[in-house]
Ligand binder design. Structure first.
Ligand code: UD1
Length: 420
């Protein structure tokens, strides 16, 4: 298993190019199922999760060419089954995103239930309920969702009980080929949903209310291919800005967009960082200062994202003062806390609230990555810690951060990967 060895204490400075968003690339790849003619997606990050979905889509018989650089081309004319097996789905929850498009275009799908994951039980009841509202007949049997519909799905009214990103994406991809009008209420408004909606429109879909919590979709009979570039990864952007904040450095993230993470940028400013927003770049200059502790609560977009909680907590561990952090999206997303504590952080957790008392310094220790974003928080803490930290189980990080050691080295970090 690969590990990182990180020598802390360097002040990070320089420019880093942000990749396409993993969480946008995955639904866009699933949406290729809907296109009757070849489709090309660019700015696709080369990540383990992307490879998993490419493999799953290939398993459906779709012809995919993926250059592992940043272009995926898909041709659905060779599709020969609608089956997503447990072996692939269990490694990545987002695999459930093929359910809506398969059902909408081919009238049936058999997709494994994703099961739980480290950060909580994460059911898919909302996805299934929404598809049923469009006329799907769904049975869950032996760990599989068996879905079918006679003829086309029928437009209808979908009201989500909670804001769900994946649920909104699944139903949006189903509704675009349904007969009639579908209204999706309490829809998630994450930038990745906007990206998906824009690509679907380019494919010939009719969607209004994009960027709001009510999406109105008028179904069409067919969708065609197009060429589309994945939006910038706002979480990767925020993670590298956090690296500047925790080391007192100055980092410019390029090929990104400040509008995607305004709530996070405001927190960095509250810490005392100077944040400059360009049209497609963001620079964070901490000017060698110690950050001030900032409190926040994770909420659906446009509020503070749960996927940045661990990284900003890491910065808080060495900030002046104390902060409270409430995690309202997932029930078990503080697994990085015991690991940060091993590096000398002072954090108390009660239920879904954490209180962080900033310490003067962190010091190196062996730690273990527990999930994707938590892993980056350990890398951040290691960059600020005195001494050499070993971060184990970094396969979690490889799911979602492209060329992480190369990018961090480019900013002056001392990080190397060791394989066993
Ligand atoms: C997506 C992101 C993930 C991010 C999360 C919240 C991808 C690939 N992943 O995950 O990085 O952390 O949004 O911004 O885009 N829920 C239910 N029933 C459902 C669906 C969801 O109870 O049918 C609950 C979940 O357990 C969770 C909450 O709703 O507590 C939000 O989940 P959701 O927005 O669906 O997250 P994902 O789409 O899985």
């Amino acid at each position: 298993m690969d590990k990182f060895i990180i020598q802390g204490g360097n002040v990070l400075k320089g420019e880093v190019r942000i990749s396409g968003a993993k969480n946008a690339a995955l639904p866009l790849l699933a949406a290729t199922i809907l296109a009757e003619t070849p489709i090309t997606i660019t700015n696709v990050p080369n990540l383990k999760d992307v490879n998993t979905l490419v493999k799953l889509i290939e398993g459906l018989g779709i012809t995919i060419s993926y250059d592992h650089n940043d272009v995926v081309k898909a041709d659905t004319s060779t599709l020969n089954n609608q089956f997503a097996p447990y072996e692939l789905v269990k490694t990545m929850r987002a695999s459930i995103l093929v359910l809506g498009p398969l059902l909408a275009r081919y009238g049936e799908a058999k997709v494994s239930l994703p099961g739980g994951c480290a950060i909580g039980s994460r059911p898919v009841d909302q996805h299934l309920k929404a598809l049923e509202a469009l006329g799907a007949q769904i049975e869950v049997e032996a760990g599989y969702v068996n879905a079918k519909v006679d003829g086309r799905l029928k437009g209808g009214e979908v009201v989500f009980d909670m804001v769900t990103v994946g649920g909104t994406e699944n139903i949006l991809m189903a509704a675009v080929l349904a007969e009639g009008v579908t209204t999706i209420r309490n829809a998630a408004r994450e930038p990745e949903i906007t990206d998906l909606a824009h690509m679907l429109v380019k494919m010939g879909a009719q969607i209004s209310g994009i960027d709001t919590d009510t999406l109105v979709v008028t179904g069409v009979e067919k969708l065609h291919g197009c060429e589309y570039a994945v939006v910038a990864d706002r979480i990767e952007t925020g993670s590298y800005l956090a690296a500047a904040a925790i080391t007192g450095g100055c980092v410019k993230t390029t090929h990104t967009d400040p509008i995607l993470l305004e709530a996070v940028l405001e927190k960095f400013e509250e810490m005392g960082a100077e944040v400059t927003r360009g049209e497609n770049w963001i620079e964070l200059d901490m000017q060698g200062k110690r950050p001030k502790a900032v409190s926040f609560r994770t909420l659906p977009h446009p509020e503070f994202p749960t996927d940045m909680q661990a990284q900003v907590m890491a910065v808080n561990t060495i900030a002046s003062g104390f902060s409270t952090i409430s995690e309202t999206i997932f029930e078990n997303r503080f697994m990085h806390v015991p690991e940060l504590s091993r590096l000398g952080a002072n954090i108390a957790v009660e239920g879904n609230d954490a209180t962080v008392t900033g310490v003067d310094k962190l010091s190196a220790a062996p730690v273990m990555a527990t999930d994707l974003r938590a892993s980056f928080s350990l890398v951040l803490a290691a960059l600020a810690a005195e001494g050499e930290t070993l971060v184990d189980r970094i396969y979690h990080i490889d799911r979602g951060y492209e060329k992480i050691e190369e990018k961090l080295q480019g900013l002056g970090a001392q990080i190397k990967r060791v394989s066993e």
